[in-house]
Design a binder for this molecule. Sequence first.
Ligand code: GRG
Length: 271
Amino acid sequence: MTQYIDLVNEKLTEYINTIENKELQEAIRYSLLPGGKRLRPLLLLTILNDLNVDLEDGINAACAIEMIHSYSLIHDDLPAMDNDDYRRGQLTVHKKFNESLAILAADALLTDAFRYFCKGKLPNEVLVKLVVLASKNAGCNGMVEGQVLDMAKYPNGLNLEDVKKIHLHKTKDLINLSMISAGIIANLNPDEINLLDDLSYYFGLAFQIKDDIDDAKEENSDIINDKATYPKVVGLEKSKEILKEYKQKSLEIIHQLFGEKDLYQLIERIL
Ligand code: GRG
């Protein structure tokens, strides 16, 4: 897997080197490198590899999705949103530089991502499908809706359906973009694409629930009570049960689609 991460970092560095304005270049470099787990590119490239598709066909889409992810993290950290000072153990982009540069770096990442989807040698009809899916999953009925719901006030408190909807849009939608993009690039049939869709549902929720459980163990309960999390609405034990069920469902779908190859091992390790 580290070779996939190296490949993504190499391509993202090429992108960064094309940025002419030095201030913008440094802010974007800071947000993209050294980077996080690269989960979304890893999912896309691992699926392609399990299907014996040339990784070159998916590397630009993988980078484009990481650019969208990076934009969302910069905006999420802003004072008007979550107002965080640290991310991935370093100062957030607006703290390290300034708020306007952070907003603009994120704007550039989102905009440039669509050009990255269109790089490379894939047929135009495949590129159009990727771009439409990216817009759908990141846009007004996708990740942005998740953020709006997360920012909303809940005078009567959050219930399980509220939290699930937030997680589906904030977390699952970009994971869905990675998985379905791989399916489109590999020219899977509609039944197989539907299975990938189901997989993104169970894995997307499970990934976020695991994150919530890990945070709940670390943080004090007052902080947890302020957040839209599974442990908050159903408790820690029930959250662990749901995680186990969704992990099992994810592995069953992967077994059915690809057998127990790299994606199976990756998801088993992450969850
Ligand atoms: C600003 C439109 C807009 C959306 C923001 C991504 C996001 C939506 C908010 C960040 C907070 C959060 C908990 C989002 C859920 C998705 C998620 C788990 C993000 C973190 O993803 P990782 O763990 O991060 O893959 P790394 O740092 O590894 O890249």
